[in-house]
Design a protein around this ligand. Structure first.
Ligand SMILES: [Fe+2]
Length: 303
């Protein structure tokens, strides 16, 4: 079967693009790369023209997912897999390709109604190297894609089927947590390259927004530490303190974005070699830390 190779780009729908531009540049260290005609903001984190597009259409949620494949042949094969599984696929128009800055794409919706795209041939900007507005060492991307994200889904079984059997991703592990007696949830983690997980989802019947958080992985622990204290200085709400995750071993913390969902800022995750990897079940999300914080007050533990 044909498989997607990485999360190539992510579209966000927000209320305030100007606030997002300040947040992305001044806190996250992403590089603004101009606006499109409709006011959408492009954000760079590596040699890609952009990895994020921030659209001023007010949803404060994920707008669309961009799954990369190697070439036109792979994109065509993915379209056939989607159609064989009963999904409606639209070929990208010339205008859509131009807007996304890709050579080709197809469009469809995942089982939760999230607009999704498979594309090939992203516009690269090697002649103008990525330059973070902040003094950080940069982001771990390349074949690992832009990072990972966690979404709330209507039906976990349907989503597992779709991402595993239609898009060709592989299950990394499960985290089953019981935060209080009688309360439990399970997250399912998927990978499509050595990054431990590119997407994870939690079945949730009540949904304010789909996107729980996305993760950016930096090249050094100092970048995580300096950003943690920058958030405190600039009063960016830290929603989970520094900690290390049980499944991907990422050392990270979580901050609140202007849209309400979180960004995980992390370093040092382990990677998956499919030749030896064995699926695991974890009953704790973190080896240490990651305590939930009272919004805006880093250092004060809520529970
Ligand atoms: Fe995460």
């Amino acid at each position: 079967m044909e498989r997607v190779t990485q999360l190539g780009y992510l579209g966000l729908s927000v209320r305030d693009v100007d606030e997002w531009e300040r947040f992305a540049a001044d806190i996250l260290g992403l590089q603004p790369n101009g606006r499109d005609e409709d006011g959408s903001l492009f954000l760079r984190m590596d040699e890609y023209h952009h990895r994020f597009t921030v659209h001023p259409d007010g949803g404060d949620d994920v707008a669309y997912l961009g799954w990369e494949v190697a070439d036109e042949h792979a994109c065509h094969a993915l379209a056939e897999q989607l159609e064989a599984a009963g999904f409606e696929v639209s070929p990208g128009t010339a205008e859509e390709k131009a807007v996304r800055r890709v050579a080709g794409l197809i469009r469809f919706q995942d089982p939760n109604g999230i607009p999704s795209e498979v594309f090939y041939g992203p516009l690269m900007s090697f002649e103008k190297p990525f330059q973070s507005p902040r003094p950080i060492s940069g982001f771990r991307t390349g074949e690992l894609g832009l990072g990972h994200f966690v979404i709330l889904v209507d039906n976990a079984e349907q989503s597992i089927h779709f991402y595993r059997d239609v898009l060709g991703m592989r299950i990394s592990d499960y985290v089953h947590i019981t935060p209080a007696p009688g309360v439990s949830f399970q997250a399912t983690f998927f990978h499509c390259n050595p990054r431990h997980h590119t997407i994870a989802f939690i079945e949730s019947p009540k949904i304010a927004r789909r996107l729980n958080h996305f993760m950016l992985q930096v090249q050094s622990l100092d970048d995580v530490g300096s950003t943690y204290y920058l958030c405190q200085d600039r009063e960016v709400p830290i929603t989970m303190s520094l900690g290390r995750h049980t499944n991907d071993h990422m050392t990270s913390f979580y901050m609140q974005t202007p849209s309400g969902f979180a960004v995980e800022y992390g370093w040092g995750a382990r990677e998956i070699d499919d030749a030896t990897w064995q699926v695991q079940l974890h009953t704790s999300g973190s080896i240490w830390g990651h305590q939930r914080m009272q919004a805006g007050l880093a250092g004060v533990v809520q529970d």
